[in-house]
Design a protein around this ligand. Structure first.
Ligand code: NAP
Length: 365
């Protein structure tokens, strides 16, 4: 099969490196274009990441010799598109929010679709914020987004914050089975890789917990409502429920965000056994539409009293599954459980790749 040539913006960063590594031998996509800050621009990729490659996996030999472009130079990406080297880009840029917003729009306006990890466009009304297993139908706003803005080929689709991945799919599985979820009380224990590199100073995080991650509680409380919303006219209208209260903490774990969740149902309440069955049976895609990065079992239920744990569970099913455990009654709400997912794979690059696969099968890429 002829592979689709793709670009990675922010290819030298924490998430960008995950993209480069995960796309090595991807059956549909091949990295042919890499871009980062002016500090890295002009260097071969292998030189730009020398001494700061964070992963145990490597990258495809062809990527090391690609010359890093300046991500601010949209014309360079357009020229690469004309040469057949960049049909669309994954955006893993870390810059001021307004700068990312304008830059991603410039790529889309120039005819290059953007599948983004950045938060800049998560609240833009005509931009879908996708978890492929939960709200794939939101991708159908793309033609309206293009019409609104006069874009012919380009568009922007984003993924949500990495911390909500650990409980959104379990939550959605219960809702899809017919159970209303009224309120959630969530405490997250978030890995240091979530802050990029170098992230939190080692002296601030070793032997410590930092009970504050700027903006993260607001994102955890608001983003689920957009994902659970619906398309009306040319906007995505967020759902007005569930009510969510979140505490977000940075903990000395390298990869893997954990969430301790208390959940209140509406009038109809499933038993603990029913909940386990709903989670175990949940499948997002029909067999024939299986996407290469989709986990075979999107929600893995662990029965051991002390699981999930980041080191033991974050890599489950290509590091794309959510692992849940400690399901038990809650004294204040109805149930409580612990959810865990890999933040730089499922919560970032892997989630972005899965979204791109979804957009391809839907005919947008
Ligand atoms: P990072 O490690 O700091 O990497 C940032 C990337 O952006 C690098 O490639 C950097 O290039 C490039 N960059 C920085 N300033 C730039 C500029 N002025 N112009 C062009 N490029 C510039 O950050 P990260 O953790 O990978 O995060 C990337 C994005 O993903 C962020 O928007 C973040 O919020 C989001 N995200 C991260 C996670 C996670 O778990 N880490 C999860 C979900 C979403 P140089 O190397 O040349 O400086």
């Amino acid at each position: 099969m002829h592979k689709i040539p793709v670009g990675v913006l922010g290819a030298t960063g924490m998430v960008g490196q995950q993209y480069i590594a995960l796309l090595n031998q991807h059956p549909w996509f091949e990295v042919r274009y890499v871009a980062a800050s002016p500090r890295s621009a002009g260097k071969p990729y292998e030189e730009a990441v020398r001494g700061r490659w964070h992963l145990s996996r490597g990258y495809a030999p062809g990527v090391g010799s690609l010359v890093v472009a300046d991500a601010n130079d949209v014309d360079a990406a357009v020229a690469a598109q004309k040469r057949g080297e960049c049909a669309f880009v994954f955006s893993a840029l870390e810059m001021a929010k307004d700068e990312i917003k304008a830059l991603e729009e410039a790529y889309a306006a120039a005819g290059i679709p953007v599948v983004s990890n950045a938060s800049a466009h998560r609240w833009t009304e005509d931009v879908p914020m996708l978890i492929a297993e939960v709200n794939p139908d939101h991708a159908d706003i793309i033609p309206l987004q293009q019409k609104n803005r006069g874009w012919s080929k380009g568009f922007i689709a984003v993924k949500p914050n990495c911390s909500i991945q650990s409980y959104m799919t379990p939550l959605w599985a219960l809702m899809q089975a017919g159970y209303e979820v009224r309120r959630l009380f969530i405490t997250t224990l978030q890995a240091v890789s979530g802050a990029g590199y170098p992230g939190v100073a080692s002296l601030d995080i070793i032997d410590n917990v930092v009970p504050y991650i700027g903006g993260e509680e607001e994102k955890s409380e608001q983003e689920p409502r957009k994902i659970l919303g619906h398309i009306e006219g040319s906007k995505i209208v967020p759902s007005d429920s569930p009510g969510i209260s979140a505490h977000c903490n940075r903990v000395p774990v390298i990869d893997g965000h954990t969430a301790c969740v208390s959940l209140e149902f509406g009038a109809k309440k499933p038993s603990l056994d029913e909940i386990k069955q709903i989670w175990q049976r949940f499948r997002a895609f029909p067999q024939e539409a299986q996407l290469p990065f989709a986990p075979e079992q999107p929600i893995i239920v662990r029965e051991e009293a002390d699981r999930p744990q980041p080191r033991k569970d974050r890599d489950a099913d290509k590091a794309m599954a959510v692992t849940v455990g400690r399901l038990r009654p809650c004294n204040l709400f109805d149930i409580r459980f612990v959810g865990l997912s890999h933040n730089t794979v499922r919560g970032a690059a892997g989630g972005g790749i899965l979204n791109a696969e979804l957009l391809k099968v839907k005919g947008y890429l």
